[in-house]
Design a binder for this molecule. Structure first.
Ligand SMILES: Cc1cc2nc3c(=O)[nH]c(=O)nc-3n(C[C@H](O)[C@H](O)[C@H](O)COP(=O)(O)OP(=O)(O)OC[C@H]3O[C@@H](n4cnc5c(N)ncnc54)[C@H](O)[C@@H]3O)c2cc1C
Length: 354
């Protein structure tokens, strides 16, 4: 069977590409290979609603029927192991092989595993997939104290969920502020106070070097020699695009799979979008970016020339009784004008920069 378009990965970039293609073309054969066994879902909900009943059916990006109604062959629980760009074929872990006319790489990223001694011990987790949440939650009742490594948005959401669930929580962040990429020092200080007011301990400028315990974690040692006891660790310290399966091809790669503004790779009939893609030297790593890049790739695949216009990264955090909103990136040296509204009550703070 000929598969006009094959999509590797079934995340938000893939689903938005499918929608864009179907908007313009109802005839193309569309096939998605997704290694998770659940239908494409809102990944961002994993940490936002950690202890809610996260039945995958309630967080689906599209209803299950949508794929059938739109004539999409969705292969769940199957993984692409390699691609052959000479023969335009994709090889799966069950030994099967699919041919394509156009291929979209939308297989996202993994959470970076920091080189910490003992990182593979029992009860060390990272949250990327629906299955990760199930595995972590199966251990939570036997857990008292959780250390999260990394003070970015994902871990702050997880820390909030853990402490709301009655767990003792600590956050260790290597930089000198929380949400270092999105907040300036004052906003970060307000956030830290709110986190601490919920009895979560925050250790800034702290690098965990060793995870201790026989088989199962019982604590950590930091670079400065401090020790903390804990019986679970959750780390989130950045992402890495899932580019390994493309390494034997001639597709240009750097941090991720390099694309132009049409989300086209160095090979004409192969596109990439979302966390796997690198545009202008940057991997987006954000939900809204994956949506727009997926759409752009979809339109181009269906024949409508469209360019992706980089938008400013937007981040929101609703936790610890605070609403945090950040647009753009914080670089103290990159702006000359500021407008600050800070009543110094640690309740509200606004800063606009130009
Ligand atoms: C817990 C969590 C919270 C987040 N919160 C936010 C947030 O608040 N705001 C924000 O902007 N962003 C957030 N993000 C980031 C956001 O979810 C990602 O940027 C977005 O999901 C990227 O979409 P994608 O489609 O490129 O990749 P993904 O959503 O990662 O989907 C790719 C899919 O491809 C599958 N796959 C990988 N390799 C293969 C293969 N070889 N064969 C078949 N399938 C494969 C993967 O398992 C995955 O299911 C969060 C991420 C996580 C993990």
């Amino acid at each position: 069977m000929n598969h006009d378009v094959v999509i590797i990965g079934g995340g938000v970039a893939a689903v938005n590409a499918l929608k864009a293609i179907r908007e313009l073309n109802t005839d193309m054969n569309l096939t998605v290979i997704q290694n998770e066994s659940v239908y494409p879902y809102y990944r961002t909900r994993l940490t936002k609603s950690l202890f809610e009943d996260l039945d995958a059916n309630k967080i689906l990006l599209q209803k299950k029927e949508w794929y059938e109604q739109n004539n999409v062959n969705l292969y769940l629980g199957r993984e692409v192991t390699s691609i052959d760009t000479e023969n335009c074929s994709v090889h799966l872990n069950d030994g099967s092989c699919l041919n394509y006319d156009k291929l979209l790489l939308a297989n996202g990223s993994i959470n970076f595993k920091p080189p910490i001694e003992g990182i593979d011990k029992e009860n060390v987790f990272t949250i990327r997939t629906f299955q990760d949440i199930q595995t972590l939650k199966a251990k939570i009742n036997d857990t008292e104290t959780i250390l999260t490594i990394g003070g970015g948005i994902q871990n702050l959401e997880a820390a909030w969920a853990f402490c709301s669930h009655g767990k003792k929580v600590m956050i260790a962040e290597f930089m000198d502020k929380l949400m270092p990429r999105q907040l300036d020092p004052r906003a970060s200080e307000i956030l830290k106070k709110a986190v601490e007011a919920s009895n979560v301990k925050v250790f800034l400028g702290t690098q965990v070097t060793t995870i201790t315990g026989e088989d199962k974690v019982n604590g950590v040692v930091t670079q400065s020699g401090d020790t903390f006891n804990c019986d679970m660790i959750v780390y989130s310290v950045g992402i890495r695009p899932n580019k390994k399966i493309y390494e034997s091809t001639s597709i240009d790669m750097n941090l991720g799979v390099v694309v132009n503004h049409h989300m086209q790779t160095s090979l004409e009939n192969i596109y990439a979008a979302g966390d796997i893609a690198e545009l202008n030297g940057k991997v987006g790593g954000l939900w809204t970016i994956a949506i727009e890049q997926g759409k752009t790739a979809g339109y181009n695949i269906a024949g409508k020339t469209t360019s992706y216009n980089s938008s400013l990264p937007v981040t929101t955090l609703n936790a610890f009784h605070l609403d945090v909103f950040s647009v753009g990136t914080v670089d103290e040296n990159s702006y000359s004008q500021t407008l600050i509204d800070d009543p110094l009550n640690d309740q509200s703070y606004r800063k606009k920069i130009r």
